[in-house]
Design a protein. Structure first.
Length: 475
């Protein structure tokens, strides 16, 4: 096994030895004893072994390449001149040049070119003084040797430029890759690459700090598994747009992503389809945790749309939800109702127990109203001791009256502060709209009118607004 490796590493010298033996049979390999040529070529086989080359290179100081290239060229030149074909060194020297360009890069051309010129010069000097014979007649041999020198130098320079360009391009690519790795490694964003099937093919190290997962835990997984079930439809739409688009379009969404601890975090997702780019061949997805920002935004939005004391929807929000309910009622052909509530006896509580007790009572009553309504209804505080309930979908006046009755009974029974029962009641005005019959502003006014009618009739009253000239089909 070791012998085969030894012979394989020195195959060029062994082939040269075989060639010399064959040429000697036809008297085309000079008159130097064969054992001398064999010894030189065997030394070449030894010099070509990796262990010898590493030993010769040492720590690879600048002069090491000059020594190694010089010895190799000198060895090849000696063989060529000893067999009588010295002026035709071009092919051999260029082969040696290609080896050193591959091993040491473009810097190898100077040592090889200089060594070629010097060794050919020495070989021609030895021929001129009669130390060795050759098959090329003089003075033609000198011309061929000169052309060989020029050819080797020119070719070496051209080849080195080509190699140098490749080195520069490779160095730039390596620098770009290193910068990319540094950016990915130090980025606080999670960078994912997925295929067209949304399966993850790469995850940046930030996945550990942002998502709590090791990158290898996500490889091969479908991205869908990370997202909240309520966001699956939006995610499906995003994926469809990505596949139908190209890398020129970037899509941004805010979705909920499951952390490794099971908690849901809000993430800003930035995705781009680079499947058609040969350098990428993937969909690039950036994840940025924006949970803190969303929490602040949601808190601000909630404060702007809800009553600060009771947490119920405020007046503008209730009016907006009523308008939305009316649109849905028109679309799906079902009635919509509004309850307008005004507390009876609340002013006396404020006057007797103070505003702090009044605020606590309002919070208690708001909880009673929420418990007395349906899950689909919207409860809001319109201001002071007035409340509103949007009945998003009712079967008719009987159901609307039933909800209002539960609210009145709940307030009468549950109006208390710190265990102290308060003598507070509620007057309710009810207004209903059939599909396309009215708008939110008008319906609220109708409910307000009905509430005042109920209040004039006495405590805990309930009135349904009806226009004399119009009778809805469900009344």
């Amino acid at each position: 096994m070791h012998l085969l490796r030894f012979l394989r590493n020195g195959k060029e010298s062994l082939l040269a030895l075989v060639a010399v033996v064959v040429l000697r049979q036809f008297d085309f390999a000079g008159t130097v004893p064969l054992w001398i040529l064999a010894a030189i070529l065997t030394a070449g086989v030894v010099a070509q072994q990796p262990e010898v080359r590493r030993l010769a290179a040492g720590s690879d100081p600048p002069w090491s390449l000059w020594v190694r290239a010089g010895l190799t060229i000198l060895w090849a030149t000696a063989i060529m001149y000893l067999i009588g074909w010295g002026p035709f060194l071009t092919v051999v020297d260029l082969y040696i040049l290609s080896i050193y360009l591959k091993e040491s890069g473009s810097r190898a051309w100077h040592p090889v070119a200089v060594a070629s010129v010097v060794s050919i010069g020495l070989g021609e000097l030895a021929s001129a003084t009669g130390l060795i014979d050759g098959y090329v007649p003089r003075p033609q041999g000198y011309g061929i040797a000169l052309l060989t020198c020029l050819g080797v130098v020119a070719t070496a320079q051209v080849m080195s430029r080509t190699v140098r360009q490749a080195e520069v391009a490779q160095q730039a690519l390596r620098g770009s890759e290193e910068r990319f790795r540094a950016l990915v490694r130090d980025s606080s964003d999670v960078i994912m690459l997925t295929g067209a099937d949304a399966r993850v093919t790469y995850v940046s190290p930030a996945a550990r700090s942002v998502l709590g997962y090791r990158p290898d835990q996500l490889l091969g997984e479908a991205m869908w598994k990370l997202y909240h079930p309520s966001d699956q439809l939006r995610l499906t739409e995003l994926h469809a747009r990505l596949l139908s688009g190209d890398g020129s379009t970037e899509y941004t969404h805010e979705l909920r992503v499951r952390h490794a601890d099971g908690e849901w975090h809000w993430h800003e997702i930035i995705a781009r389809n680079m499947l058609a780019d040969p350098a990428v061949g993937a969909i690039i997805v950036h994840h940025r945790d924006i949970t803190e920002r969303r929490t602040v935004q949601d808190r601000i939005a909630h404060a702007a749309s809800h009553d600060h004391l009771t947490g119920l929807a405020n007046g503008p929000t209730l009016a907006r939800d009523l308008e939305l309910a009316l649109h849905q009622g028109t679309r799906y052909q079902h009635p919509v109702g509004i309850l307008f509530l005004d507390l009876d006896g609340f002013k006396a509580v404020n006057d007797s127990y103070g505003h702090e007790a009044g605020d606590r009572l309002l919070k208690t009553i708001s909880e009673v109203i929420v418990r007395s309504t349906r899950d689909t209804d919207v409860v809001g505080r319109l201001g002071g001791d007035e409340f509103g309930v949007v009945l998003t979908r009712v079967n008719g006046t009987a159901e609307a009256r039933a909800v209002a009755g539960r609210i009145i009974a709940g307030i009468v029974d549950g109006a208390s502060v710190a265990g102290l029962k308060m003598d507070v009641g509620c007057s309710v005005g009810v207004a209903l709209a059939f599909p396309g019959g009215t708008d939110a502003k008008t319906l609220l006014r109708h409910a307000d009118t009905a509430m005042y009618r109920a209040k004039r009739r006495g405590r805990n009253g309930l009135e349904l607004y009806q226009e004399e000239e119009l009778e809805a089909p469900w009344i």
